[in-house]
Design a protein around this ligand. Structure first.
Ligand SMILES: Cc1ncc(COP(=O)(O)O)c(C=O)c1O
Length: 372
């Protein structure tokens, strides 16, 4: 029996171990210099002046929204197809998430649909650069100017990705990153916001650390959070950052091999890369089926599981979440493309330690099952 081929795994390098050991040996396990170094080096990598670490991608989004003053009754537009960290962080600000449908071929937010969803309560657009691609930012920037809206870029799945030569996370007012273990680089758990505004960076730094007072520490200047990343996590992140180009190379090889193996199979579709993503960095390898494949996505997943091949189904969109539908009057029919991808999309094993033989085995089995 084939050993289990998981959807993701990570490779931890010697530098991560060295830096973490350094934290342990020096007892600098809470706050310490790795936090500052990681913020500096990662924000430089994104071409931003400032980086503020957090405990996760979810808390990075929450902190970013609070930093942008999103609050009671505000509306925030976002891609319908995404991780619910996006919608929930908006809900936790007492604001309303307003889902925008995606393009069926690229799975990215369809920016042509944004303007008709703008109301006098709209305060921000949360752009989610999904699966290593970039959303088309020019129309977003234009609308933000026209209606005086803030732009928050969620780059959890798009470390290093470029839109027309600009790194995502440096284009809007604030970027938010996740370093969960399935992300391009990881801290174990962690996140960061990036910005070119000193004012926003200072505000975020304050908010993430309980808004401690400047003169009397315990006379707080605001109602803050405790979203501090530990020195140990930052040490891990810094070590991972040093091997980011090797990780990109590995991902490129996985992407190319799957694309070569799986091209032209009837009913099996590979999402297209949008033309404005001038640096694509595969996050996970996605596929979606249509009727010509012969069996459904769920039937295929069961058959692959029997062969010890793990798959993960696509996101259930914002407009389909029962916990959000009632509260925000969202409808199933709001986002038909996101719904189509929910039913037919999935990703296949593509972790950093997957071998060429495993990629070929997974591809072969998908093709074999489809032919039956
Ligand atoms: C698009 C997107 N945003 C936000 C998050 C949340 O990140 P975290 O799991 O680090 O909280 C994820 C996580 O998977 C994500 O994919």
């Amino acid at each position: 029996m084939q050993n289990k081929i998981p959807v993701f795994d990570i490779k931890i390098g010697d530098l991560e171990k060295k830096y973490i050991k350094d934290c342990l040996d020096s007892s600098s396990i809470g706050q310490g210099s790795y936090v500052e170094d990681f913020e500096k080096q990662f924000s430089q990598f994104v071409n931003c002046k400032f980086g503020v670490t957090t405990t996760s991608g979810t808390t990075a989004l929450h902190l970013a929204l609070k930093t942008l003053d999103i609050g009671d009754g505000d509306e925030v537009l976002l891609s319908s197809s995404t991780n619910m960290a996006c919608a929930f962080s908006i809900a936790h600000c007492n604001a309303k998430p307003v889902p925008i449908d995606i393009h069926k071929n690229t799975w990215q937010m369809n920016t042509d649909l944004i303007e008709k969803k703008i109301t006098n309560k709209t305060k921000a657009i949360m752009v989610v650069h999904l699966f290593g691609q970039a959303v088309d930012m020019d129309p977003v920037i234009e609308l933000a100017k026209k209606y005086n809206l803030k732009i928050l870029e969620d780059c959890a799945e798009s470390h290093g990705v470029e839109y027309k030569g600009k790194k995502v996370g440096s284009i809007g007012d604030v970027g938010a990153f996740s370093f969960y273990p399935n992300k391009t680089i990881t801290c174990g758990e962690g996140g960061m916001i990036t910005t070119n505004s000193e004012k926003l960076a200072e505000k975020a730094r304050d908010l993430k650390n309980l808004c401690y007072g400047k003169n009397n520490k315990f006379m707080h200047t605001g109602i803050g959070f405790q979203f501090r990343m530990s020195n140990v996590s930052a040490a891990m992140g810094l070590g991972q950052l040093s091997q980011i180009n090797e990780i990109f190379e590995k991902k490129k090889k996985i992407d190319e091999r799957y694309k070569k193996n799986l091209a032209g199979i009837k009913g099996l579709n590979i999402p297209e890369i949008s033309k404005h993503t001038n640096k694509y960095i595969m996050w996970v390898f996605n596929l979606y089926l249509d009727d010509k494949f012969g069996i459904t996505r769920d039937e295929l997943a069961i058959k692959l599981k029997e062969l010890n091949i793990e798959t993960r189904e696509a996101f259930v969109p914002v407009n389909m979440q029962k916990v959000l539908q009632k509260k925000y009057d969202l409808k199933e029919k709001d986002c038909p493309n996101a719904n189509y991808i929910m039913d037919n999309g999935f990703y296949i094993p593509c972790g950093n330690t997957i071998t060429e033989d495993e990629i070929d085995y997974v591809s072969e089995k998908i093709i074999e099952i489809g032919k039956k």
